[in-house]
Write a protein that binds this ligand. Structure first.
Ligand SMILES: [Zn+2]
Length: 329
């Protein structure tokens, strides 16, 4: 009998809404791949976003999942944009071990104009502003925040810049989102799908991370320099062959995609981690916020004799009796 070797598929395929970590030892590369499906329908289905806004938020959620699953301790990873485009704010946050929530804020009139003018790509919708990536590991740990400037920048490019500037880790990020029409009992229904791949160069020898020229140095042509390391160049070349369709294709899946990309070098695929649609809002938390309101703020919040609050993330409605809050001076 020959020794058993785990083959592709022996451990099952992760399927949708599960982040699959991988490692390519000979290329000193590590990363994660994910395909999101039902979770996008669940989260986006609670909002009435125009399609380009939903697409952009799906992209932001996919990136958030890829980045948030790198947290080594319990905590929260928050992706937030603030920009001057039709979509002025995106928020997506990931709480360990696997809770995701997100919402977008946009100007409906400018959104309609952008769509009519054919300027509704994710980069167009964001415009100029900032992308903030925050790691919050509770009150006993320092909050860490990295900021990337946005100027008609895709989220993929912003993520690469973040890793280059803030963490000095060469990183490739690919994101893809599509709305698939699937035949159901009552005709065709639209279903969101997304795919994301993050690959990082993490050699043991730090000098291999050294870059040929830093931005602003001699020979800087205004573009981000690429490391010359052959192993990383190979990873970049392979990742560049990934088609947008392939990234979201459920018949490909993370494991097959990784095999297709890296089998010649030997790729290890690890057990996936599920991502769930889970908002951390609660009646108690909102009550806590209202407790901090002044009497005037409370009276300004009364509508039809009640205080009505909706969670921006999950659209859950909460109602409170104003007399619960007006007893203080
Ligand atoms: Zn909520």
């Amino acid at each position: 009998m020959t020794a058993p070797h785990a083959k592709l598929g022996d451990f099952g395929f992760a399927g949708d809404d599960t982040v699959v970590p991988f490692q390519v030892g000979p290329l000193d590369a590590r990363g994660r791949v994910v395909q999101l499906g039902p979770i996008l329908d669940a989260i986006l289905g609670r909002h009435d976003y125009p399609e380009p806004v939903a697409r952009l938020l799906a992209e932001a959620m996919t990136l958030t999942v890829l980045l948030g699953t790198s947290l080594k301790f319990d905590g929260k990873f928050i992706l937030q944009t603030r920009s001057d485009g039709p979509v002025d704010m995106l928020v997506a946050d990931f709480t360990t071990p696997g809770s995701l929530r997100a919402y977008a804020s946009f100007d409906a009139e400018r959104m309609a104009e952008a769509s009519a003018a054919g300027k509704a790509s994710p980069a167009d919708l964001l415009g100029k502003g900032v992308l903030a990536l925050t790691i919050d590991q509770g009150q006993h740990m320092q909050r860490y925040q990295g900021i990337v400037q946005l100027d008609s920048t895709s989220l993929e490019d912003a993520a690469r810049t973040y890793f280059r500037q803030s963490e000095q880790i060469p990183t490739e990020v690919r994101l893809s989102v599509a709305r698939q029409m699937i035949k159901g009992q009552n005709g065709f229904d639209g279903h969101w799908r997304s795919g994301g791949l993050l690959s990082q160069f993490l050699p043991e020898a730090p000098e291999r991370l050294r870059l040929p020229d830093l931005p602003g140095g001699d020979g800087d042509n205004g573009e981000m320099p690429d490391p010359t390391d052959d192993a990383w160049a190979e990873v970049q070349a392979l990742v560049s062959t990934v088609e947008a369709d392939e990234l979201i294709d459920p018949t490909v899946g993370p494991e097959r995609l990784l095999y297709r990309l890296f089998h010649e070098h030997g790729v290890h695929v690890f057990e996936g981690a599920d991502v769930i649609d889970d908002c951390s809002c609660s009646r108690e938390k909102i009550r806590g916020i209202l407790d901090g309101f002044t009497e005037e703020e409370i009276s300004d919040s009364i509508e039809d004799g009640k205080i009505k609050v909706s969670c921006e993330f999950c659209s859950t409605h909460y109602e409170f009796d104003p007399t619960d809050f007006v007893t203080r001076n």
